[in-house]
Design a binder for this molecule. Structure first.
Ligand code: MG
Length: 165
């Protein structure tokens, strides 16, 4: 494989964590008294991963493909949005080879959910869970997201142009 068949993409997302919302992150429902606010289910992990994958493929970002102003995406399942984005990525001739994610929050504990998130995102991305990594990070009590007020997520995705031979 020559180097120019590989593409890297970066995704980032932030959501407030508020009472009365299901805590859905990484395609998994976590037991927690607050959850991400948003016009969709607010899954900041899947949003960052989707933007990383779309970015690597040179496609429009999540907010452009599925605009918040469109009623079709109100309360949307972010797993469905990622599935639709993956169809665009495959259509552009790419496959995902690995994804790595950092979830910075002092809300829900990420560590105990890592395995389930990796398995679920692997399903959605067509990857072995070993090629999807997730790490939780504390905010050290600093900044506006500290104390469980929010969640910030960074994701990188490596894509390869699908083999034609
Ligand atoms: Mg988002």
């Amino acid at each position: 494989m020559s180097a120019d068949t590989l593409r890297i993409g970066l995704g980032f997302d932030v959501h407030r964590l508020v009472p009365g919302r299901p805590c859905i992150l990484g395609g998994i429902r976590l037991e927690h008294p607050t959850g991400p606010e948003g016009h969709s289910d607010g899954d900041a992990v899947l949003h960052a991963v989707t933007d990383a994958v779309l970015g690597a493929a040179g496609l429009d970002d999540l907010g452009t493909l599925f605009p918040p102003s469109d009623e079709r995406w109100r309360a949307a399942d972010s797993a469905r949005l990622l599935t639709l984005a993956m169809a665009e990525v495959r259509g552009a001739g790419f496959r995902v080879t690995s994804v790595d994610v950092v979830v910075a929050t002092e809300g829900p504990r990420i560590g105990p959910a890592r395995g389930a998130m990796r398995a679920r995102m692997g399903e959605l991305l067509g990857l072995d869970p070993g090629a999807v990594n997730v790490k939780g990070k504390s905010l050290e009590g600093l900044g506006a997201l500290a104390g469980g007020a929010g969640v910030a997520v960074q994701a990188v995705a490596l894509l390869a142009r699908s083999a034609e031979e």
